[in-house]
Design a binder for this molecule. Structure first.
Ligand SMILES: Cc1cc2nc3c(=O)[nH]c(=O)nc-3n(C[C@H](O)[C@H](O)[C@H](O)COP(=O)(O)OP(=O)(O)OC[C@H]3O[C@@H](n4cnc5c(N)ncnc54)[C@H](O)[C@@H]3O)c2cc1C
Length: 316
């Protein structure tokens, strides 16, 4: 059973179906995963001219289908990993028993929730939660990034190498980030840091972002910053709540895997993609770990079969 239909889930499905493991894949409420919300993917190897996220994910799906993956609609609402057979409930009613489970439920970027932010996000007009994915589109332009943690500092620093100017909006009077990450942004000439600053509105011409209206929490002063890109770096939420009674999660909710593998603390349950990755969060790394999960599952099943054969021949 594979839970999730992003790059991790479909890659696991391609490997598992080619290994005759008869995978069943549940797509969840976002068939194709996070990439279906982006117009341009330019960094996935093999697409030399770039590709839209939805097109790319249809190709992943078709490839998984070609080898016989059973792709189904449905949302996994509950699991029970307490026994040797893993139990999974779909849409609260359908109970499925599986030998192995590959979790590929991804993560969701957090946004501020401002109507103007959501408007330009939906339109693909200059709002992004991924500097590594979208920074390239803002080369030599001025951008704004909101956030005060390690990720925000890392993304601001990444953008500073591509963009003319990066304005960083920090809600409090100091960073939450580690000292070393703070030093990195503070020592970068084209990053301007604005503390005690709240985002009031993402400004635009109806099609694309043209600036950001901000307010100083202390003075109440409102300023408009010209910018063509608005990056949100206030964290991600992994989609792992349903696993928390059985799997080890870190403090943010990412599933903890055995380093260098896709194994979790439960035998026969494997994890891939953004559900276990708070560092890279890219389609290609998700696909890579999807491959690892299918291979780990295959080896797990082979070892189980071998043990079964040994024990039955002993008793016969
Ligand atoms: C706007 C945007 C642009 C991006 N651009 C790029 C880019 O250009 N290049 C790049 O490499 N990366 C990019 N990324 C990052 C990339 O999309 C992710 O790293 C990647 O999609 C993670 O893949 P995943 O398979 O782990 O999970 P996801 O793509 O998050 O997919 C998760 C899947 O799990 C399903 N699911 C979740 N919970 C359940 C459940 N309970 N039951 C059943 N199904 C469930 C969902 O329906 C979904 O299908 C971008 C991300 C965003 C948001």
């Amino acid at each position: 059973m594979i839970i999730g239909s992003g790059p991790a889930g479909y890659t696991a499905a391609i490997y598992a179906s080619r290994a005759n493991m008869s995978p069943v894949l549940y797509q969840g409420t976002q068939p194709g995963g996070q990439l279906t919300t982006t117009n341009e993917v330019e960094n996935y190897p093999g697409y030399k001219d770039g590709v839209t996220g939805p097109e790319m994910m249809i190709e992943f799906q078709e490839q998984a289908k070609r080898f016989g993956t059973d792709i189904r609609d449905g949302w996994v609402t509950k699991v029970d990993f307490s026994g040797e057979i893993h139990k999974v409930w779909v849409n609260e009613t359908k109970e499925i028993h599986c030998d192995t489970v590959i979790i590929a439920t991804g993560a969701s970027a957090k946004y501020l929730g401002l109507p103007s932010e959501q408007k330009y996000l939906q339109m693909g007009g200059g709002v992004s939660a991924c500097a590594v994915c979208d920074g390239f589109f803002y080369r030599n332009q001025e951008v704004v990034i909101v956030g005060g943690g390690d990720s925000a500092c890392e993304e601001a620093h990444y953008l500073s190498k591509l963009c003319k100017k990066v304005t960083m909006l920090v809600r409090r009077d100091e960073f939450r980030a580690s000292k070393i990450m703070q030093a990195r942004v503070k020592n970068t000439k084209n990053i301007e840091i604005m503390y005690n600053t709240l985002t009031e509105e993402v400004l635009g011409d109806g099609q694309v972002v043209t600036g950001v209206k901000v307010k100083n929490k202390i003075s109440g002063k409102v300023t408009e910053i010209p910018a063509t890109g608005f990056f949100v770096a206030i964290g991600h939420k992994p989609n792992t709540d349903i696993f928390k009674d059985f799997l080890e999660l870190d403090e943010t909710g990412y599933i903890i895997n055995v380093p260098g593998t896709s194994k979790t603390n439960i035998e026969g349950v494997f994890v891939s993609g953004d559900a276990a990755d708070h560092v890279y969060r890219q389609a290609v790394t998700a696909a890579g770990t999807g491959c690892m999960a299918a291979l780990d599952a295959e080896r797990y099943l082979a070892a189980k079969d071998a043990n079964f054969e040994v024990s039955t021949s002993t008793y016969n």
